[in-house]
Design a protein around this ligand. Structure first.
Ligand code: SAH
Length: 213
């Protein structure tokens, strides 16, 4: 797939910007510097792929801002070999970042067209996460438990099955809130308890219910 030197340069500049905004995990910065985001955005928006901005996707969804992707990934404390469940594949960009960091990735997407699109881009780049078209509010019981769980859509509360599918000691990161903006929450499962930390405000598209039409 095409990755012209100009885009490689812009990507390097983006990693510097993220570093200056407080992202410090070298694995995260390396992944942002490696994954060709321009292939995940709409073709008409390619020139904007390396600006630190959210961009529109088909079906009224958005590809998260690079800072948000980096921030969530940093909170997850990803190491090679960890089993990670992502809810909301969207463009597949965040999925690719997790794959580039060596995680074993499982990702669920509600919109069929987005699921298909993400799958073909990821595979063309040589990433083979397990992808599923379905309602991520139920997690993915077949492959549970997971070391890490990431929600990339905002929700009033984290669906209970997701906590159930988190390993002991595992971390779950989710934007939680009822309104148009959410608080980034980092949960950790310790014994039969779950600790919670607040990590600032963000804006996400809502986690939706599967509706038969
Ligand atoms: N991680 C994505 C962000 C996409 S925005 C990226 O990097 O591009 C959030 C995504 O969550 C949207 O694609 C939306 O369709 C999806 N989504 C919303 N509700 C969902 C649900 N219940 N199950 C799975 N995916 C859902």
């Amino acid at each position: 797939m095409q990755d012209p030197p100009r885009y490689q340069g812009l990507r390097k500049r983006l990693t510097e910007q993220l570093r200056s905004k407080g992202i410090s995990n070298p694995l995260v910065l390396h992944a942002i510097g490696t994954v060709p985001r321009h292939l995940f955005v709409d073709t008409a928006l390619r020139e904007h792929a390396y600006e630190d901005k959210a961009l529109p996707l088909m079906a009224d969804q958005t590809i998260s801002q690079p800072y948000t992707v980096a921030f969530q990934t940093e909170l997850l404390d990803i190491h090679p070999g960890l089993k990670v469940l992502e809810i909301g594949t969207g463009s597949g960009y965040q999925t690719a970042i997790l794959c580039a960091m060596g995680a074993e990735v499982y990702s669920v997407e509600l919109e069929r067209a987005l699921y298909e699109r993400a799958k073909s881009i990821l595979n063309a780049l040589g990433y083979y996460p397990q992808l599923r078209w379905g309602d991520g509010r139920f997690g993915w019981p077949t492959y549970a438990p997971f070391d890490r769980i990431l929600l990339t859509a905002g929700t009033e509360e984290v669906p209970e099955p997701l906590f159930q599918q988190l390993k002991e000691g595992g971390i779950l990161v989710a934007p939680v809130g009822a309104s148009s903006y959410q608080t980034m929450m980092r949960y950790q499962k310790v014994g039969d308890k779950v600790s919670a930390e607040k990590k600032g405000h963000f804006r996400f598209v809502p986690l939706r219910k599967w509706e038969l039409s």
